[in-house]
Design a protein around this ligand. Structure first.
Ligand SMILES: C[S@@+](CC[C@H](N)C(=O)[O-])C[C@H]1O[C@@H](n2cnc3c(N)ncnc32)[C@H](O)[C@@H]1O
Ligand code: SF4
Length: 427
């Protein structure tokens, strides 16, 4: 799909937009309305170990055969308590996510210990979502039964492909039959199961992707994560690409597969609710929605990121805080032993940076962003949004403004070129 040239917005539209930006709204930052309890609040726990390193993956994952899960578990509990102390006034957790790496390699007894520790520290909402990522092997599917007893109620399984040649290309250690077998076991134990598939592999034809996606849609799952293969710096695929090998489909053909994905998932009752995520109504991943709605979350474990707002009633001001922990598992363990946490960096964002985060994350979602809410938290739109850029993106068909004027939504086409749009609409 060719890139569309940026159209210049007609003057009447531009004037209309500037009128919206200038219009006084209830709640600027001097009279800000901030209700921490109504914001989604999540905890991310990172397990950084894998059996093998996949050649496309740049997640913080390490191959190690001698992980001492007792020492690691102690350190995760210690850091969790430290992270809790950074956010003294907080609602109960609405989501807990075991991500990786490969959390399905964790002993179920450790998962249970971490869930209990989190519940003691934070409390849980009645309908808390507790997700674990799992690799699709039989052993790990069995481990998931232990995870379920520990309290996990949602599984996200990295199937990646339903075609053995593609799995081989992706360097995966399982076959498509292994994955389907593991999935069957997990589906019997969990109501909420999602799978990840990677598409836009080199030479993948529309017909081949149509057949694979059709098969995935026939599995009766409520959620699918469908990622276009991206070549990340520092990966084996990146090195091979630099040497001249074609490692992914070209942009135009990948865009065709993306369009097909939107149509097929929509027709099957699992429409996109985010660029790569599709769900039956009510099955959306609450954890990832916390990120995309720029809610509050704490990140525990090596290389975990956390972001949370803190409200100062005396100043009537909320600040956006970010933490990043040390990536290396050994370095992180040392830091936790020495200081009680592995945080390497903390940052307080400016209101404009916070607004950019909300816009960047929110435009990934099919229901977009509410400028009124952002203005309340981060100050006047003119400080962080370029009205002309917004009008250009609307004229190009990449953004839509809803009738109430404050909600902006990216079209399917727009979500394909979000980076470009963001570079034109953010100050
Ligand atoms: C933390 S990883 C994986 C969980 C689990 N370890 C596994 O591999 O099954 C989360 C997901 O990101 C996706 N992913 C990772 N690297 C990717 C890449 N370069 N391009 C597209 N998707 C990628 C994969 O679908 C993967 O399942
Ligand atoms: S894709 Fe999953 S299994 Fe492979 S290296 Fe990344 S985190 Fe580990």
């Amino acid at each position: 799909m060719p890139n569309m040239p940026l159209a210049i917005a007609p003057m009447h539209l531009r004037n209309c937009w500037h009128a919206v930006l200038a219009k006084p709204m209830a709640g600027n930052r001097k009279s800000m309305v901030f209700d921490q309890a109504s914001r989604p609040f999540a905890l991310y726990l990172h397990w950084p170990f894998c059996r093998a390193k996949c050649p496309y993956c740049d997640f913080n994952s390490h191959v190690s055969n001698d992980v001492d899960s007792k020492i690691f578990g102690d350190a995760l509990c210690t850091e969790m308590a430290h992270m809790a102390s950074l956010m003294p006034s907080r609602p109960p957790l609405s989501s807990l996510f075991f991500g990786g790496g490969t959390p399905s390699l964790m002993p179920p007894i450790l998962v249970e210990r971490l869930i209990r520790h989190a519940e003691d520290l934070f409390g849980f909402t009645n309908d808390i979502e507790i997700t674990a990522e799992a690799n699709p092997t039989s052993v790990e599917a069995d481990a998931m039964l232990g995870f379920q007893k520990a309290g996990v109620n949602r599984v996200s399984m990295g199937v990646q492909s339903l075609d053995d040649a593609s799995l081989k290309f992706l360097g995966r250690e399982h076959s498509a039959a292994d994955a389907l077998h593991a999935l069957d076991k997990v589906k019997k134990a969990f109501d909420r199961v999602s799978i990840d598939l990677i598409y836009a592999l080199p030479d993948q034809s529309p017909k081949a992707w149509q057949a694979m996606l059709g098969q995935a849609l026939s599995l009766g799952l409520g959620h699918l994560s469908l990622y276009q293969l991206t070549i990340e710096a520092g990966t084996v695929f990146h090195t091979r690409q630099r040497r001249g090998e074609v490692m992914a489909l070209d942009n135009d053909r990948a865009a065709d597969l993306y369009e097909m994905t939107q149509q097929m998932t929509h027709a099957a009752g699992l429409p996109a609710y985010e660029i790569s995520n599709h769900a039956a109504p009510g099955q959306e991943c609450q954890h990832n929605l916390t990120y995309w709605r720029a809610g509050d979350w704490l990140g525990v474990g090596p290389g975990a990121h956390g972001r949370f707002a803190l409200f100062d009633p005396a100043e009537n001001l909320a600040t956006r805080n970010a933490t990043v922990t040390r990536r290396s598992p050994a370095g992180w363990l040392d830091a936790v032993a020495a200081k009680g946490h592995g945080i390497d960096e903390t940052q307080i964002d400016s209101p404009a940076d916070w607004a950019s985060e909300i816009v960047m994350m929110g435009l990934r979602l099919t229901n977009g962003i509410d400028l009124g809410v952002i203005k309340n938290l981060c100050g006047p739109c003119d400080d962080w949004l370029d009205g002309d850029g917004v009008e250009q993106a609307i004229a190009a068909g990449w953004l839509r403004r809803m009738p109430n004027q404050y909600r902006l939504i990216a079209s399917d086409d727009g979500r394909l070129r979000l980076n470009h749009i963001l570079s034109t609409i953010l100050r």
